[in-house]
Design a binder for this molecule. Structure first.
Ligand SMILES: [Zn+2]
Length: 212
């Protein structure tokens, strides 16, 4: 199946990226991926063959490795700066509660990027149409306005809206934030933990800034 891309990110000269529905169909050479643990840490691998480390995001500069994250319902988030500082972030609700969006933007700013000129793309993820959670999730995220009661005592949460809101709070321009692709739970074309359970595959979101 075809990878999805973001027009906002593609506008940044030289960056390549993609949202791929199955990790095995990722780019070659393969991307560096962290061992994802639903935490808030951003790794900074030294090169494509850097040893794996536990984190839920990865950042790199121009000429660094392609970086990526895998997901099945959690929000895959890609960030890029005009100067070629990039990050891939696994923005599930636990990493979000641990501050991973703010941490990723801070990591890119520490590498010389300016938040207001960053472009961001959110890939296919559990949508507000389907993503049923207990009250503790919107509460942990301070995101009650993005959750609506589903009539059964639980809530439908728009997790991508939470990510967008956090990006804007971290200084990104709303016009440079792109939401790409469908809800993974009600689209048959993307892996979904909620729909498929343990047999679900994993989608890959990756980004690369070549040397310049
Ligand atoms: Zn849905």
């Amino acid at each position: 199946m075809k990878a999805l891309t973001s027009r906002r990110l593609a506008q940044l000269t030289g960056l390549s990226h993609g949202f791929v529905p199955e990790v095995a169909f990722g780019p070659d050479p393969p991307v560096w991926r962290p061992i994802q643990v639903h935490g808030g840490r951003i790794a900074r691998p030294s090169g494509p063959n850097a040893p794996p480390q536990q984190a839920d995001g990865a950042a790199a500069g121009p000429g660094g490795p392609a970086v990526g994250v895998i997901s099945a319902d959690c929000v895959p988030l890609l960030l890029g700066s005009p100067a070629g500082v990039v990050a891939a972030v696994h923005a599930g609700w636990r990493p979000l509660a641990a501050g991973i969006v703010e941490g990723a933007v801070a990591e890119l700013e520490a590498s010389g990027a300016t938040a207001s000129t960053l472009a961001a793309a959110l890939g296919p993820a559990a949508g507000g149409c389907c993503y049923q959670v207990g009250a503790e999730v919107p509460q942990a995220l301070g995101a009650g306005r993005h959750a609506r009661p589903d009539g059964s005592g639980r809530f439908l949460l728009d997790l991508r809206a939470v990510v967008v809101e956090r990006l804007v709070a971290a200084g990104l321009h709303p016009e440079r934030i792109d939401v790409v692709g469908p809800c993974t739970i009600c689209s048959p074309h993307w892996p979904s933990w909620r729909r498929q359970g343990p047999s679900a595959g994993r989608a890959l979101a990756w980004i690369h800034a070549p040397d310049r």
